[in-house]
Design a protein around this ligand. Structure first.
Ligand SMILES: Nc1c(/N=C/[C@H](O)[C@H](O)[C@H](O)COP(=O)(O)O)[nH]c(=O)[nH]c1=O
Ligand SMILES: Nc1c(N[C@@H]2O[C@H](COP(=O)(O)O)[C@@H](O)[C@H]2O)[nH]c(=O)[nH]c1=O
Ligand SMILES: [Zn+2]
Length: 358
């Protein structure tokens, strides 16, 4: 195998645990000597061993004079775990191959410096594009202290998210809806608005045949209008946090808190303020599954990173049927927000289109 193949193996290890390392990045590592793989590992949980530690533990004493392939620059600081750069030096590794450099101000470049100072040969940029894609949410979170935001919308081919009556179940197929649940399980939190809750009474859990983590439910409900008997309050399979305005009823807040709900009052209900709060809670990835008005408030300030659109080959029509983004909207196409198409896949009879904001 060549450098790229070993790095691709490390990347697939990182990818396999990508949804469980938050707020740490997903990282994979492979230890190789004379064409033989001596150890491989991924970072599995924040606060636990880093990928390099797991791979070097497997390689044991044979690590001396071996090569290590790691998808992110080895850390050089004491976080919850000791620095990987020191361990790599201690184990007598000969060469270190790195995919992406860590933008974390604590780490960036320091790991490489330490390794080179110890006479270890370091080569960076192997499969860098793939590694950077996988690390995008983490890099965004580290640099902005806000979650990486994915908006999901399900539309008919004429762009509607419901009939003009509000009826919407279902637009997309079982298969597409299961894919949504997979996405939910890959996110730390899922956000919706009181409009969607009053219309759909959603559970917002990830109900997958193979199981999966339930994201924390985030509800923006300015005046605490959510009925106490709704699923988002009564269902205890996931935590629910409600953001409301400073003048919301304290009686209702107490009743919600008695149900185990966390209520956070904001001086002003704005997406920026919510994202800052979620960043402070170490929520690295946020999934927005809401209605046109909520989506429009994210669009107005460009506060999202990715848009996942599920499109069904159906036409419903209706001049007042809702679409994915409401609000006032831009007044000329020059004001349109430019995205880029990242992928387009078929899921059952539907399309899954992923776009990213540049
Ligand atoms: N109407 C459709 C969707 N509608 C999604 C709604 O916004 C709402 O989040 C869901 O109904 C949530 O329900 P629960 O969490 O499963 O209880 N989403 C989809 O992907 N396809 C559709 O056809
Ligand atoms: N997960 C990971 C790294 N993560 C780096 O270390 C920071 C977390 O440190 P700690 O709190 O000790 O877990 C994280 O913000 C990122 O900069 N580094 C690595 O060498 N290998 C790993 O597998
Ligand atoms: Zn480390």
């Amino acid at each position: 195998m060549n450098e790229d193949q070993y790095m691709n193996l490390a990347l697939s290890l990182a990818q396999s645990a990508a949804h469980q390392t938050s707020p740490n990045p997903p990282v994979g590592a492979v230890v190789v000597k004379d064409g033989r793989i001596l150890g491989m590992g991924a970072h599995l949980k924040a606060g636990e061993a880093h990928a390099e530690v797991n791979a070097l533990a497997q390689a044991g004493d044979e690590s001396k004079d071996a090569d290590i392939y790691v998808t992110l620059e080895p850390c050089a600081h004491f976080g919850k775990t000791p620095p990987c750069a020191d361990l790599i030096i201690e184990k007598g590794i000969r060469r270190v191959f790195i995919a992406a450099v860590d933008p974390n101000p604590l780490v960036g470049g320091k790991g490489i410096e330490k390794l080179q100072a110890a006479g270890i040969e370091v080569k960076t940029g192997i499969c860098e594009q793939k590694a950077t894609e996988l690390l995008t949410p983490f890099f965004h979170f580290i640099q902005t202290k806000r979650p990486y935001v994915t908006i999901k919308t399900a539309v008919t081919a004429d762009g509607k998210t419901a009939a003009h009556t509000g009826h919407s179940r279902w637009i997309t197929s079982e298969a597409a809806r299961e894919d949504v649940h997979l996405l939910r399980s890959r996110h730390d939190a899922i956000l919706t608005g009181i409009g969607t809750v009053l219309l759909d009474n959603p559970l917002l859990t990830s109900r997958l045949p193979q199981g999966g983590k339930n994201p924390i439910r985030i509800l923006l409900d300015t005046h605490l209008r959510v009925p106490l008997d709704f699923h988002i309050i009564q269902n205890k399979e996931a935590k629910t946090i409600i953001f409301c305005a400073a003048d919301a009823q304290t009686k209702k807040q107490r009743a919600l808190e008695d149900e185990g709900v966390t209520v956070i009052r904001l001086p002003y209900m704005a997406i920026d303020a919510v994202l800052d709060e979620l960043g402070k809670m170490n929520i690295m990835t946020l999934f927005v599954e809401a209605g046109a008005e909520m989506n429009a408030s994210f669009l107005d300030i460009g506060a999202f990173n990715r848009l996942v659109m599920y499109m069904a080959p159906k036409l419903i029509g209706g001049k007042s049927a809702p679409s994915s983004f409401g609000g006032l909207g831009g007044s000329s196409m020059d004001e349109a927000l430019d995205l880029a198409f990242i992928s387009m896949d078929r899921i059952g009879p539907d399309l899954k289109i992923v776009m990213e904001k540049r």
